[in-house]
Each structure stands twice: as C-alpha cells, then as structure tokens.
Design a protein around this ligand. Structure first.
Ligand code: NOJ
Length: 558
C-alpha cells in the first residue's frame, strides 16, 4: 500500500458517532428514503395534478430504484394555499389526490413492495378553512375557540397595528387582522407562514390531544412514521416579544422553545407503543446543527434532516467541515439530504458560483452541465456517508430547477407575499417526465390536461422510460449506487475515516476496504492503486480522477 499515490491507506482522522445512534432501530438509521411530492409525481386521472393512485402505479419504479422507504408530502384535505401544508382535515385525503381508501391502498401497496411509508404531519399550523379556525372566527374574542390559536389585540390607538414585529417566513407581517362577527375590525392572529395557515397554540390542551389522536389515526392505518413539518416552531414564547434588536444568532421566540421537548417525549411514548420500528423525522432548520442534539437523545425524535449539508457549496474544505461537525455532534442520526421541495434543485445550485437558493431574488445563471457532473459526484458522496439519506423525486433523473415558469402559472405563495420579488419554490416542483413521447411526458394519461406546471421541452431526454437503456444516465448511476449501498457490507457499520488526499479532494474509507474519493479541485488527480473500481460518476482515463468526479473503490486484498 505504501506505493499508493496520496497515501490513501493512511488514516488521518477518525470520527466516532455518538453511541445513541447505535441504539436506534436499524432501518431508518441506514435507509435511503425517496421523497414524493404528490401533486408533481404522477397523475392517474388526467386532471394535470399528481395523485395517490398515480403514486401507487409507480411504486415498482421506486422499488427498482433501490430505496427503502418513501416520504409523501401532505395528502390531507386542503385549499392548497401552500401546496397542502395548509390542512383543513387531518383525517381525510384531498379529493385532488384521491380518497382515504386510496391512501390505505397505497400504504398496503408500499409495504407489498417492501417499502416503508412516512407521511407528513403539519402541527405548527392548520388551514384557515379548518373547522377550529372557522369556529374561532365565529366565536369572537376571549373564547375557548380562539384559545386554540394566537389571537391578540393590535397595537396603536385603535388596534390597527400588529401585536408584534414578527415577519412571515413567506414575506410580510406574521399577523392578519380579522373582522369580528359584529362587523368591526377586531383581533389579529399569528401565522408564521401564509395568512391561510394560522398557527396553533400548543399551550392549549385541545391542540395536544387532537394531534395525538391524529397520529394514532394514521399509525392505526399502518404508516411507518411521520416527517414533522416546522418541528422546531410549535411552541412560542407566550409573551410574544418583539425581535428587533435580537442578535443574529439569538434564539427566536417562535423556535426551539423548551416546551417542545415535552411534546415530542409524549409523541415518542405514543409511537413506541405501536409494533414495528416507526419513526419521527423532524424538519428543523436550526443552526448550528448541534442544536438538533437535544431532540435526538432517544426519547423524542428519531432523526432530523441535516440541512447544513444541503446548504454547503461545492467546496472540499467546507463539505469536509460539515461532515466532521455532523458526525461529531449528532452522529449518523441526521439524514444527509441534497434537495427537497423547498429548495433549488442541487443540480442547479452546483452549477452556480454561489449556493443560490430559492429565497434569493436573483440567484444568478447556472451552468447545468457542470451542475450535472457535480450532482453525480454529490450523490455518490452522500450515499457513501454513514447514516441515512433522503432523495427528492426527479433528482435521480437529473432534473434541474425550472427558473422560467410563466408568472401566471406560479402557485407558490412566496411569489405574492414578496411582492413578486422572489419566484419561490415551484421550479423544483415541476411534474416528472415519465415518457419521452406523449403529452406532458407521460405525467398523466394520453388525453390528460397539461401538467399543473409546464415542463421544459429539454426534459424529453431525461424521461424515465429512456434512461434505463443509457448506461451513463443519471438514473442508472442512482440505481447502481443504491444497489451497491444496499447489497454490500461496506455500510453496515458507522465506520468512517478520512484518508490523506490532495487539496480539494475528499477521500474516506468505510468498512471492508471500501473507499470513496471525490475530486472537487479544478485539476485531475492521480487515482489510487491498486484497488477495484466499484463505481465512477463518469468515465475515467489514464488512471486520473477528473474534476467534479467521484469513485467508489475497494482496496485489493493481500
Ligand atoms: C415546510 C414545508 O416543507 C414547506 O413546503 C411549507 O411551505 C412550510 N413548512 C410551511 O408548512
């Protein structure tokens, strides 16, 4: 081994994951989970919108990809002010997506294909069309019905100013004033997101009891877990203090409040009372990542997304730092994730000089060929790390962010709430191309209405039906990587060690002689030898690893 270029055999640092991870049920700790954004996945009834029978029909595709589980974005009854994250009835399915019977069939169907199924739960807010909110509006100030939300009198001589200075995550004030039943301008209610998404008051026992009942409703129907929307914001500081003057890294009065832990302890007791290893996955955007740790001690959430990894640009030193911090602070219990339905697709991000995310008004132009090369290398890096990984539908096809959606088609509330300054998240939600030929690239049946968002004509060459025949396609890369990941023993433990490598190159080993090497530098580097090449993100020549390329290797024995 001594003659290996760059001394790939020598361990330069080892990171040991905190022991809590080892006690976790195995499936979610090592799983590859495929996120399905239901309205953009597959349309079975030809209305231009994806639905549950559409998902059910494509389960063999998901199974063949080689993932272990699916996560479905909200399927509940909703006016769709925020793509279903405004729930009017948590115990039924929106007619746009199907019926409760369709959901039950889908759960059974997923299990029949050996796939676990995680659904989205939205506890921070409901829809303004939810029966509780309608009752609160009708009941008036000071009533028990209003106590389930955050209603407050306004400031100013006639209450004409919002109760505090909080801003909605989508832009504009986080408060909307209501008209009271007697026709007068009245109280204000809090909504951290759109006005159609009133925040629930988690200090109210009705709210707690209701959500535990909702969890049971779906656990009784066999779901394997919940992705918890805005998991860190349910509890508010009841003083609702202004935030002007708070330091940038100070805790906001709507996030990470101590009372959250009681809620999740109680949820954990509930979910653990069900057979099988069912899980909670938190959506928590707190920074730094170490702030997730209290939630992941074994008595609350099972995992929470590693958004620091998602937000890191294509830079070896910065990626190495975030991997180190992750493994040292929370171990492998926070899934690696590159994309989801809220962020610019990573293929596009990696094609830019900056990380350029959706909340930017002008993220700059992207080089999609460069982005595609990096995306190929990035998924090999991601899937080689200890822990689980969440993949977002369409990344396996090499889809990019669609940044020229006609403005009259934009549905994301961010566009309106920012006064049209920010286009929002629709660009990563464009319906999938299933077939190269046919209207809507086979998103729906042949006579279907056009997909709810227009697909770029150039997606024809990315259609799911033609990629299997192309050995170099993104789909085949994902399938190969996931197959190796699942079938081999390399990833059976949390073993992980950095290997010596030139500047700009990430190289690490896992168990059983497995090594991953990714070149993020501008120049090719020498490949290590000897060894067996298991997978390369693109063809290699002359024993060189080109820029923006990853390889998986197995050290030769003896
Ligand atoms: C996070 C979800 O992922 C996003 O799509 C949604 O808009 C907000 N939470 C509000 O529910």
């Amino acid at each position: 081994m001594a003659d290996e270029p760059h001394g790939l055999a020598s361990v330069t640092s080892e990171v040991t994951a905190p022991s809590q991870a080892a006690a976790e049920p195995a499936w979610h700790h090592r799983a590859a989970v495929y996120q399905i954004y239901v309205r953009s996945f597959a349309d079975s009834n030809g209305d231009g919108v994806g639905d549950l029978p559409g998902v059910a029909a494509r389960l063999p595709y998901v199974r063949d990809l080689g993932v272990d589980a699916i996560w479905l974005t909200p399927w509940y009854v909703s006016p769709m002010a925020d793509g279903g994250y405004d729930v009017a009835d948590y115990r039924d399915i929106d007619p746009l997506f199907g019926t409760l019977a369709d959901a039950e069939r889908l759960i059974r169907g997923a299990h029949g294909h050996g796939l676990k199924i995680i659904i989205d739960i939205v506890p921070n807010h409901c829809s303004s069309q939810h029966r509780w909110f309608k009752a609160a509006l009708a009941a008036g100030p000071g009533t028990a019905e209003r106590g389930r939300f955050w209603f407050r009198a306004g400031r100013g001589p006639s209450g004409e100013l919002p109760p505090n200075d909080w801003r909605s995550m989508f832009g504009g004030p986080a408060w909307t004033r209501v008209t009271e039943p007697d026709g007068t301008a009245g109280e204000w209610y809090l909504h951290l997101y759109a006005p159609e998404q009133p925040d629930l008051n988690w200090d109210n026992p009705d709210v707690r009891a209701e959500f535990e009942d909702i969890l049971r409703f779906w656990l009784d129907r066999g779901v394997d877990g919940f992705r918890i929307d805005v998991a860190d914001c349910l509890v508010k500081d009841p003083a609702l203090p202004d935030v002007a003057g708070l330091l940038a890294d100070a805790r906001r009065p709507w996030e990470d409040q101590p009372g959250l832990h009681d809620i999740y302890r109680s949820w954990r007791t509930l979910i653990d009372s069900y057979p099988g290893a069912r899980v909670f996955v938190g959506e928590i955007w707190l920074k730094p990542l170490s702030r997730l740790r209290p939630y992941l001690q074994g008595d609350q959430l099972h995992t929470a997304f590693n958004f620091d990894f998602l937000g890191t640009p294509w830079d070896a030193a910065r990626l190495r730092a975030v991997i180190d911090t992750t493994l040292a602070t929370i171990g492998a219990s926070a899934p690696w994730v590159l994309s989801n339905h809220d962020v610019t697709r990573h293929l596009t991000r990696y094609g830019r000089a900056t990380t350029g995310n959706v909340y930017q008004a002008d993220p700059g132009a992207a080089d999609l060929e460069l982005g595609a090369r990096r995306a190929r290398a990035a998924i090999m890096l991601t899937l080689a790390l200890p822990g689980s990984a969440y993949l977002y539908q369409g990344e396996e096809l090499g889809l990019w962010e669609v940044e020229d959606i006609p403005v009259d088609k934009i549905a994301d509330p961010i566009y309106e709430r920012t006064g049209h300054a920010v286009r929002g998240r629709d660009g990563c939600r464009v319906p999938l191309p299933w077939r190269a030929d046919g209207p809507g690239f086979g998103f729906g049946p042949p006579d279907a209405r056009p997909p709810w968002l227009p697909q770029p004509a150039a997606w024809r060459r990315l259609a799911a039906d033609i990629q299997p025949a192309d050995a170099s396609s993104m789909l085949n890369l994902y399938r190969s990587a996931l197959r190796i990941r699942r079938a081999s023993g390399y990833f059976a433990t949390d073993a992980f060690a950095w290997l010596d490598a030139p500047v700009g190159v990430l190289a690490f080993s896992r168990s059983d002689g497995f090594r991953c090497m990714v070149n993020l530098a501008a120049e090719p580097v020498q490949m290590p030898s000897p060894g067996e090449l298991l997978l390369a993100s693109r063809p290699l020549e002359d024993g060189l690893l080109p820029p923006d390329t990853a390889v998986w290797l197995r050290a030769s024995r003896g």
